[in-house]
Design a protein around this ligand. Structure first.
Ligand code: GDP
Length: 323
């Protein structure tokens, strides 16, 4: 039984060879296998078993969709099945996907990319250590360099010597300037120097790395607001974007991190990393539903080109469609 034929129809042969769809399909392989295997296991024939909703609930929770959204999906799906007199499992599953992504489907043409309305545009990057923050910064820099933008990095995570070194290395590889300060120096002063330089040099995009310490929310809040304040002295309205980096493999822990950062500062979008390393694909739906944080980009592998703008249709295709 082919799952989710409406998505299959969305993508022509031409689309299928595009770089984005290939990266999504490859990156979501593990998540797809887990999800479709479980869905297919619900029943051996095409009838809707009496424990359908219990099974679905289990599958969605296991996929990190979160309790609140899972409950909503199940309730809406039960209504749809009743109202449309759905009798077959494959129809129910198609309705499930529509329910899962209803909000996104409404905004099908949503653009997640950064808009460059001001020079420099400043992107602040936050997230706990190890989630793939530095790699994501490099991937984003690479993306905009390829679009012929000029990019500068600021190593304002001054608490870890390793973080500064790693960013410098990426700067060398990408041949872009990295503004640094001494280890344990004031992160805001690094951010200020970088903002001044980026302004002088009319750099299109300044990406500012920040420390991901979550020990106390007040510290985090103070630190991030100080960084934002000094940047905006040089560049009015900056930072224009604050991206939270989340590791898809950390499951519900990612949701807890997102809550903490969201309370400390205004997050304008999430970058979900390591989607290729998880058999659960639902964290982004939980983040969007529970905290109203849109997913802007997705990390689907370790190379520089494995960061893709989030696209709900490509995501659905990667997660659900069996070829
Ligand atoms: P940071 O401490 O948050 O700056 O984390 P790093 O950027 O150093 O990344 C930690 C590890 O995760 C590195 O080995 C990265 O190559 C890896 N990583 C980052 N993003 C992805 C991704 O999307 N997929 C995979 N498979 N690995 C990733």
């Amino acid at each position: 039984m082919g799952l989710f034929s409406f998505l299959k129809e969305k993508f022509s042969h031409k689309d299928k060879s595009s770089d984005s769809i290939l990266t999504y399909d490859k990156g979501l392989k593990k998540a797809k296998k887990a999800f479709t295997d479980k869905i297919n296991d619900i029943s051996k024939d095409d009838s809707i078993p009496s424990n359908y909703f219990d099974k679905l609930e289990e599958i969605l929770i296991e996929a990190d969709v979160g309790i609140s959204l899972t409950t909503e999906i199940i309730n809406n799906l039960a209504n749809t099945i009743r109202e449309n007199k759905i009798k077959t499992l494959h129809e129910a599953n198609e309705a499930l996907v529509s329910e899962m992504f209803k909000d996104y489907m409404k905004d099908e043409n949503i653009k997640n990319d950064i808009t460059f309305n001001q020079v420099p545009t400043v992107l602040l990057v936050v997230g706990v250590n190890g989630v793939g923050k530095t790699t994501s910064i490099a991937k984003l820099a690479n993306r905009y360099l390829k679009m012929n933008k000029t990019v500068m990095l600021a190593a304002a995570d001054t608490f870890r010597a390793g973080a500064i070194e790693q960013l410098k290395e990426w700067g060398n590889r990408l041949k872009i300037e990295v503004v640094t300060g001494a280890v344990n120096s004031d992160p805001a002063s690094v951010a200020y120097t970088a903002a001044k330089k980026a302004k002088e040099q009319k750099t299109d995009l300044l990406i500012v790395d920040t420390a991901g310490r979550l020990q106390t929310k007040t510290n985090l809040m103070n630190e991030l607001s100080k960084i934002s304040r000094v940047i905006s002295k040089e560049i009015p309205n900056a930072p224009h974007e604050t991206f939270l980096i989340l590791d898809a493999t950390t499951g519900q822990n990612g949701v807890i991190q997102a809550k903490a950062f969201n309370e400390a500062t205004k997050i304008t979008g999430a970058v979900i990393t390591k989607m290729d390393g998880t058999s659960k694909g639902g964290i982004l739906l939980a983040i969007r539903h529970d905290l109203n944080i849109p997913v802007r980009f997705m990390g689907l592998g370790e190379t520089l080109d494995d960061l893709k703008e989030f696209d709900i249709n490509l995501y659905l295709h990667g997660l659900c469609v069996e070829e």
